[in-house]
Structure formats: C-alpha cells, structure tokens
Design a binder for this molecule. Structure first.
Ligand code: ADP
Length: 300
C-alpha cells in the first residue's frame, strides 16, 4: 500500500519556563529541546510506522534543521525524492511552555510557505505511484488544491485533514474522498454547531465521506451509506499532540488495506489513543505491532 503525503515539515523548538515572559522581558528557560513536527511530516511518519510505503512531498530549507529532518525521514524509511531544498530556512515553531502547561507558539512557515503549484506538478510521478494522497492545511492553499486536483486526475483517493482550521475553496470539496475535521474545524467549515447537520452539509458540498475526530469521545463518520460511530479507547492521556495526525494515518492505512469504514475508525481510534499516552509529537507515534497488541489486549 502506497501513500503520498504532501504537506508541512517543521522543527519545533520547545523551551520550558516557570512563567511566560512579559513584553520586553528576558527569562531563563529550564529546558530546551528540538522536536520534529509539522502535520504533513507527522502523518507521513505515522503511516510509515503502521506499515505503509510512504513518499513525503514537501520542502526543507538550506539549514541544519533541514539536514536533521531529512535524515530523520530516511531513518523512518520514507521516500524523500519529493522533498525540495529551498535557499531559505526550514519551517519551525518557537514554543514556550510554563509550569501550568500553558504555552505560546510562534510558527514560521519557512520552506513550507515556498511550495508552489508548479512544483507540486513536478511531483506527478510520486502522486501517480500512490494509492492515497494525504493533505493538510500547513502549505499554501493553492498547492493543496493543485495536489488534490492532480491526484484526482490520476484516479487516486484523496484525504484532507482541514487543520489548522481555514475556509476551503468550494472546488476543493469535490476532489475529496475523505475530510477529517475535529469538532471545532467542522463548525468553522460549515458555520453549523451540531455534528450531524455539519457532516450533512459537507457531504452536500461534494465530499464522499466525512470523519469527525472527537478527542476522548472517539470518532464518527458519515457518507452515502449512513452514519458510523466508533467508541474511544479508555486511556490515560498524557499529551494529545499529534493524536489527530496519528488518527488520520491510521484511517488511511486501514482503508488502503480495504477494511470497512467501521473497522478503519476503530483502528484509527486506537492509533490516536496510543499516541496520546506518550509525550511528544513524532516521538509518540506507535508502530504497527504496538497498535495490533493494544487492540487485542483491549478486547481481551
Ligand atoms: P485533534 O488534535 O485533531 O483535535 P483529537 O484530539 O480529536 O484530534 O484526537 C484524534 C483522535 O485521537 C480522537 O478521535 C481519538 O480517536 C484519539 N484520542 C485523542 N485523545 C484521546 C483520549 N484522551 N482518549 C482516547 N482517545 C483519544
């Protein structure tokens, strides 16, 4: 099963502080780490760990973070032919976290923002080789549209995780086999509160199947066959960073294995839940064996 992920790649710079700095203030941080992230990269690594053959299509800058992130992908077994190196900086985020767990986040898109529709078209071969194309909203919208359109031209299945939340051009909906908002994103896309009516509205706009992630309440879906709900796995959540990305990868991997939607939702719930039991983003993404063991032990 082959998946092409077209999206963002970031290095997150995380500093722990007792309290967040005021305007003009300098504080000493008690901890510093660099953490690979970006929704595209998270979803690509998650899918690879679940057993898919994954091509990452995106951009990195001409800096040390770019080298480190590229090496990380190679270590995960990703196809990196579709990664362009720009002359600027790699995408990054400056994150401060205080003792209460509150944070401030500054995102610099860097190379992610330099991707163009023309360059997406140069990656046609990788899109042609894939069964599924995975998209999110951390690269320019015209590139998301170009990628979805190109994938459809080749008869590929397309999933869009509409995060961070943004309005979508109407034609984009018509290219989507799957759209996976959380409840906030669903409300923003439709202007409707209430999941059932919101999902119905998105189907009307042309998407084949809507899947809504519900955090600790699991997930639900709607398509022409009806409405599906999948119960959550009861876990002790430690850090839900990347749980949504892991869920999306789980969903696509299960559907690419031709499993029915109800089963795919349960599998994706398990992948999301396991990710939430660990601190970190890419670091916390589970391997296929861990997910299978978790699902078996849960049923026992
Ligand atoms: P997002 O970050 O995109 O809003 P969610 O927080 O909804 O994503 O998490 C994605 C999926 O991960 C959920 O639909 C669920 O399957 C799983 N998940 C996340 N948090 C929990 C939790 N506390 N308990 C069980 N499952 C969880």
């Amino acid at each position: 099963m082959k998946i092409a992920v077209i999206g963002s790649i970031n290095m997150d710079i995380v500093m722990k502080v007792h309290r967040l700095p005021e305007k003009g203030e300098t504080l000493m941080a008690s901890d510093y780490r660099t953490v690979p992230g970006g929704k595209g990269a998270n979803q690509a690594v998650a899918a690879a760990r679940l057993g898919a053959s994954v091509a990452m299509i995106g951009a990195l800058g001409n800096d040390a973070f770019g080298d480190t992130l590229l090496k990380g992908f190679q270590d995960e077994g990703l196809n990196v032919e579709g990664i362009q190196r720009t002359t600027g900086a790699s995408g990054n985020a400056l994150i401060t976290v205080d003792d209460q767990g509150d944070n401030t986040i500054l995102v610099y898109p860097g190379a992610n923002g330099d991707i163009t529709p023309q360059w997406i078209h140069q990656q046609e071969k990788l899109i042609q080789e894939a069964d599924w194309v995975m998209l999110q909203l951390e690269i320019p919208m015209n590139c998301v549209v170009a990628a979805a359109k190109l994938a459809k031209k080749h008869g590929k299945k397309v999933i869009l995780n509409p995060a961070p939340a943004a309005e979508l051009p109407p034609e984009l909906y018509t290219f989507l086999d799957l759209l996976t908002p959380n409840e906030t994103e669903l409300a923003l896309l439709t202007g409707i509160t209430g999941s059932e009516a919101g999902m119905q509205e998105l189907l009307k706009r042309g998407v084949k199947t809507i899947v809504v992630t519900l955090g600790s309440k699991g997930s639900m879906a709607k398509n022409g066959d009806g409405t599906f709900t999948a119960e959550p796995y009861a876990i002790k959540a430690v850090d839900t960073t990347a749980a949504g990305d892991a869920f999306n990868a789980g969903l696509v991997v299960a559907l690419a294995e031709e499993r029915p939607l109800q089963e795919a939702l349960a599998f994706a719930n398990a992948v999301g839940a396991l990710t939430a039991t660990q601190m970190g983003a890419q670091h916390s993404l589970p391997l296929r064996g861990q997910v299978d063991d978790f699902m078996k032990s849960y049923q026992a």
